[in-house]
Design a protein around this ligand. Sequence first.
Ligand code: NCD
Ligand code: ZN
Length: 344
Amino acid sequence: MSTITLRRPDDWHVHLRDGALLRAVAPFTARAFARAIVMPNLATPVTTVAAAAAYRSRILAALPRDLAFTPLMTAYLTDASDPEEIARGYRDGIFAAVKLYPAHATTNSAQGVTDIARTYPVLERMMALGMPLLVHGEVTDPAVDVFDREAVFVERVLAPLMRRLPQLKIVLEHITTKEAVDFVLGAGPTLGATITAHHLVINRNALFAGGLRPHLYCLPVAKREAHRLALRRAATSGNAKFFLGTDTAPHLVRDKEHDCGCAGIFSAPAALEIYAQVFDEEQALDRLEAFASLNGPRFYDLPANEERVSLMRQAWQVPLDVPTEAGALRPFLAGEEVGWRLAG
Ligand code: NCD
Ligand code: ZN
């Protein structure tokens, strides 16, 4: 097979940032994806309907008019989130979902949730509405090893939450472990999971290959090879619980190459192509459409896109840098060859 055609995919987890970065990165997502779930962890988190509507307008203004792209906005959950505000945003079609960051788990999460019990009134309201909760699944307990924080979250936080609110729709975002895969497989249809392109490609050795590799540092951090293989099996299985979410998370090169480098991998310039390469390597190209274009909309109760895109088996080189008005960004696999190319 040298060309594959699929319904235009969606990206169920992106960081589009704001200002100069937004203008530089949004076109990369919009070239490949019809819709994207936009993360709310701006420097000032998106907690209100008004802030999400204004952010959505800035995203649309950052894109060329001929690119049809729908940003699906999310509300940043805090200890103080108001169930009324969240419900109003969902009813008015501004909020597609709510994002839970445990406080201090990742970039711009300082205002995240300190104790999930404080958010039960919001979560109960969401459950009644059928509104999905998107979860950054890592505990922040400093006593827990960084590489165990996802597995411990699943056991200590997610499983009890699902027992308490069994009908709440939850997406466990950017899963990185076999434990998370197994938990999702064993759960009912209210639980789905996104898988990034980079966690299908690298394991934790890549962070230290020949020296420290800040551009491969993200959260949750890449795990051992056995986990990467479990993720590849899950993504390419065709199981409807797993769908595409790149977690493309750009930071300026100077903020990555720093005493305290930011977490986040900027994969948007080649994300869809990298997924295609992974599915090809796994002899599962016939399942790429389910993962990229069908399973996500089904979970979110949205129609699949009617438009088609084609990918050709043709090697190209990922750019070394992507310029922005604020400085350069370094894409995932910068300077390396990817074996599939998006047509058009
Ligand atoms: C994300 C970011 O930079 O906003 N970073 C990351 O490493 N994935 C936040 C997140 O999704 O954890
Ligand atoms: Zn993210």
